[in-house]
Ligand binder design. Structure first.
Ligand code: ATP
Ligand code: MN
Length: 477
């Protein structure tokens, strides 16, 4: 007898085979029909119990959430809604689930409730679909880069430089909070700490990835990053996964081409390989949209939206053009923006990004050449002396999904910039070395993996696309 998972059984072409399967009961009705799910697919398989030959005690123990082992015959289904079912010959209860206590009932639960039960929520249709997609998407990310000549590089998670994330980093220390050794001046003496200096969790692997790009030419990181920013939004986590390709010898145009090609490729991959889960989420998305006021509804369904992005060119617009569009836009003139756009130089807020993507261009937008003073120190200065070769990819419903740039490869220009911003040269001596020894044009970007998963699954809150979200005041599980 073959032990098979539900996904395999539902595809099986040979009927009347004796099979063994295991899973969790989703529902049990009429003392006969078990909808069994093992997580291998969104679909349940129906197991039909011969209740006359099953003990009263066993029947009682077949409850929602119970783990069971089933042996029986795979037959064509008598009922509607499924092609095959299992005629059960033998059922064993592996693990009971008390129906009065089990939180996940066969009804609609709110996402808030399920976040409080994050250890059980993967047993629902929505979360199992989201998490299977998350897994497939990670594979698609590696597949894209591996097939295009990139090497996977693991940037350190504990970092000794805080150049990038000043003020929003999590400290790493083995000191007891109240017993940290002090210097003569009364400051905490980090020279006595584990690493002999102040260390933090990384906010980005970029600077280290750059060092590897300058030897391997094409690299990417895909790892956890941490930001102690107190932003309680539906798009920010304190711990999230970031994909950061870094490439030698490409400029900003090449970087934009890479970002666009990469995103389209992973979307095409899931459209081709995750149909069942996407169809389920597409329906969920459509239902949720119905409950929104007309003007806020998405014009496209979830799958349509993914196809649209995979098949159409992103619109490339300079920051300067974007400011003109925003300045003359209806919401700006009618004072509908919380942050009005009055002049060149303003930092774009998410309301502006969403206006450009959702109302004006109605497609993904890549904004480039931002004012130098609202972007990071390492971005390459343009000839105009006031803009840098930065680019952000903006997505409908999400806002910024990618932030990247061509890096400043000129030693003097970089040092000058660091001086102006008060970044110590000693702190980044190794980063500056890249500009001393064989410097070259190079570029890269960071894509927040959870924002990509949000886009693909249509989930409104980033807390619902990572198994255990870390946000301010929340690190349960
Ligand atoms: P935002 O303006 O949305 O906070 P950012 O400018 O801080 O983004 P970058 O530093 O450019 O973002 O990081 C690169 C990418 O990482 C972003 O485009 C986004 O997809 C993702 N990202 C940034 N911060 C977070 C976060 N707190 N949680 C999840 N993803 C994030
Ligand atoms: Mn941010």
């Amino acid at each position: 007898m073959m032990t098979k998972d539900v996904a395999e059984l539902l595809k099986a072409e040979i009927l009347l085979q004796e099979v063994h399967l295991q899973g969790w009961v989703r529902t049990f009705r009429s003392n006969r029909f078990i909808a069994l799910n093992d997580g291998s697919t969104i679909k349940n398989i129906q197991c039909v119990i011969d209740f006359e030959n099953t003990s009263e005690e066993t029947l009682k123990r077949i409850t929602t959430g119970a783990a069971v082992s089933v042996k029986g015959t795979l037959v064509e289904s008598q009922g509607r809604g499924q092609s095959v079912e299992i005629q059960v010959k033998e059922i064993e209860i592996l693990g009971d689930s008390n129906p009065d206590e089990y939180p996940i009932q066969p009804k609609k639960h709110s996402f808030e409730f399920l976040r409080e039960n994050a250890h059980l929520r993967v047993r629902t249709n929505t979360f199992s679909a989201v998490m299977r997609l998350r897994s497939k998407l990670s594979f698609a990310v590696h597949k894209y880069f591996q097939e295009n000549g990139f090497y996977y590089m693991n940037a350190p998670i504990i970092t000794g430089s805080d150049a990038e994330g000043a003020g929003e980093m999590f400290r790493v220390s083995t000191f007891e909070p109240n017993k940290a050794p002090k210097t003569e001046e009364g400051e905490v003496d980090f020279s006595k700490d584990f690493f002999g200096k102040e260390t933090n969790l990384t906010v980005s692997g970029q600077l280290e990835a750059e060092t590897y790009a300058m030897g391997l030419s094409k690299v990417y990181t895909f790892g956890p990053t941490f930001r102690a920013e107190n932003s309680n939004t539906t798009r920010h986590l304190a711990e999230f996964w970031m994909i950061e390709p870094e490439v030698a010898f490409i400029d900003l145009d090449g970087n934009m081409d890479l970002a666009e090609d990469f995103i389209k490729s992973v979307l095409s991959y899931v459209l081709e390989n995750c149909q069942d889960d996407l169809e389920f989420l597409d329906q969920r998305f459509a239902q949720e949209e119905k409950s929104k006021p007309q003007q806020q509804r998405s014009e496209l369904g979830l799958i349509e939206k993914l196809r649209f992005v995979a098949d159409n060119n992103f619109k490339r617009v300079s920051y300067t053009e974007a400011i003109e569009i925003l300045r003359n836009s209806k919401p700006n003139k009618k004072k509908k923006f919380q942050f009005p756009i009055n002049e060149w130089g303003a930092d774009l807020q998410s309301e502006h990004e969403r206006y450009l993507v959702e109302k004006h261009f109605k497609c993904p937008v890549i904004l480039f050449d931002y004012p130098a003073n609202i972007k990071a120190f390492y971005m390459r200065l343009n000839e105009d002396g006031k803009t840098v070769r930065a680019m952000d990819v903006l997505f409908p419903g999400i806002g910024e999904i990618v932030g990247g740039s061509q890096r400043e490869e000129r030693y003097e220009v970089l040092v000058e910039k660091m001086k102006a911003l008060g970044i110590e040269e000693e702190e980044l001596w190794w980063y500056l070395d890249l500009r001393k020894f064989g410097t070259a044009v190079h570029s890269g970007f960071g894509l927040g993996f959870e924002r990509l998963v949000q886009f693909v699954t249509g989930m409104g809150n980033i807390r619902d696309v990572i198994p255990y979200p870390r946000t301010p005041q929340n690190a349960e599980f």
